[in-house]
Design a protein around this ligand. Sequence first.
Ligand code: NAD
Ligand code: LMR
Length: 331
Amino acid sequence: MALRVCVTGAAGQIAYSLLYSVAKGDVFGKDQPIILTLLDIAPMMEVLKGVVMELQDCALPILQEVIATADEREAFTDIDVAMLVGAMPRREGMERKDLLKANAKIFQSQGKSLDQYAKKTVKVVVVGNPANTNALIAMKCAPSIPKENFSCLTRLDQNRAKSQIAGKCSVPTSAVKNVTIWGNHSSTQFPDAMHAVVVKDGKDLKATEAVNDDAWLKGDFITTVQKRGAAVIAARKLSSAMSAAKAICDHVRDWVQGTPDGEWVSMGVISDGNSYGVPEGLIYSFPVKLSGGKWTIVDGLSIDAFAREKMDLTAKELAEERDAAFEFIGN
Ligand code: NAD
Ligand code: LMR
């Protein structure tokens, strides 16, 4: 049976890379038929028509049908997966917090529509910024869908961190495992390599040993990853799109197909109040293992004073974003 997959912001720049990867089987498998429902706002329907024509012209064997619409009901009815990309992107000089006001209403409306029209098993990944808080808004507005079905994208940060470590150790990115992103997809996030592993000359080494530069791991490594989104914006005058699309594919593929034994990935998910001292009710990025379409937070990782401070700082920012967002949407 075909999976119904909705992509919002479908006329935008992330979607332009994302749709091709999804429709050729990178996420759900090369043999899994899919129906794409593409949502954007009414003024973008002409552009979206062009995207649909291009998808048709790719002649992709698993793509059964493409529905392009500005109507949330049509886009969300009976969907299995929602990739909520559509929102206003950050421009040069803006912090993600500045986007809250502009984007909170979008996720309020889409949360309500998911509640009404999507399958109760729908898996939702929020990409539009501020991604964690937008995911929280959508989740709150969709009380009939389990909270665990909502997530936000921090996989791009994880991929950035992985690539930095691989470069430092002169190994391919596939040799770096279990880097963790804690907290907000913002400049307060904590990219943490303390539990990561680097495979070098056939041996599993602790990343701290393989890197052998504590000052870098506690300094430039963290700030480079924290500020990478802003660096791309400064260079391209547009926010990251190709790498964001790749990260969305990684995130959803692992959620559906599972993580390899002994490995974890990072996802923004609802905090239960019992994990790593993170307050309950925030969408916070944790290390998770995925199996059978469900995530579980990896427990028992040691947290030192350096990590604790950074994890608390990003939690504090998320609590402030949540309070501001609920004010905007009148909750
Ligand atoms: P873009 O401006 O190129 O495209 C956004 C699209 O969303 C536009 O076509 C716009 O018309 C559409 N849109 C606006 N309101 C909508 C609504 N209510 N319903 C449906 N569609 C709507 O932007 P982009 O570069 O594709 O980025 C999209 C979002 O993703 C931005 O918020 C950006 O900051 C964010 N982003 C997040 C990450 C991450 O890692 N979480 C990474 C990169 C970008
Ligand atoms: C990114 O991380 O590249 C995006 O979230 C864009 C941004 O605003 O930083």
